[in-house]
Write a protein that binds this ligand. Sequence first.
Ligand code: C2E
Ligand code: CA
Ligand code: CA
Ligand code: CA
Length: 275
Amino acid sequence: AKHDGRGRFAFFEQAMDASMQLRLRMERDLRAAVDQGQFLLHYQPIVSVATGALAGFEALVRWRHPERGMVPPGDFIGLAEEIGLIAPLGRWVLERACADAALWPRPVKVAVNVSPRQLADSTFPDLVAATLKSTGLAPSRLELEITESALMHNVEAAKNALLRLKLTGCSIAMDDFGTGYSSLGYLRTFPFDKVKIDRSFVKHLAGTKESSAIIRAVTGMCDSLGIISTAEGVENQEQLAYLREERCIEAQGYLFGRPVPMDELPAVFARFAGG
Ligand code: C2E
Ligand code: CA
Ligand code: CA
Ligand code: CA
């Protein structure tokens, strides 16, 4: 029994060692990736529910790992935040997205995700202003997507940051609406232009009465507050029909297009031609 116990302990120790090593390797690779610029952006269309016209694109970062191939953001954004790499990575994303959007054939919006740590940096609004200037992108074409978690730690500081950001002329969206603790309260406190309804609500739209009731409540409230409602994760016509009925303003999801690299955008623009 004694022997078994030690054997098992050694096994756990080894397993822990392996995951520790994996994390350390991941950290080292991520630092190199930032230095060497191994990232790229994919763009996913956002459309008007009423007309089907193209409203803009959300920029979504990917990491082209030399051995592991394309790594999705869910696998490295958290680590980048933890080890202090989100500032340089976020700066690159912002610059790339604004520079790309400035070249698009139609003046649609580009939406950029902003992590809590970026927003907490008091120089971030200056970075946004400088980037708009250096890329020549019209400020009204930039939208920053912010999650509730970025707002809750220091409400006053976050409010100040959002007000300074709005002075640059960009717009601000609340991302993943409905997944946090006080989404509704934050709408009153912060100057949001848009609410992105989390895809967990859209997913069950056709299945449960509750989901459509929630969507109806959110779109109705946005309407009376003058905030644009956008539904995320729209995958089928049935969901789109519900959203139309509930007067949701915009939609995003695989039904309209997957995120694609910049060189595939001409085809996407063509698909939405005239819109
Ligand atoms: P998000 O901001 O909620 O972005 C939407 C995610 O949903 C994207 O995943 C997108 O590919 C996926 N998606 C879009 N349409 C559909 C659909 O119809 N069905 C389903 N099942 N999924 C859909 P992605 O690209 O893996 O990004 C994951 C998250 O990583 C994003 O969630 C965002 O929070 C974060 N992220 C992405 N790019 C950046 C970035 O540049 N900076 C920061 N800080 N975070 C980023
Ligand atoms: Ca987003
Ligand atoms: Ca989202
Ligand atoms: Ca999300």
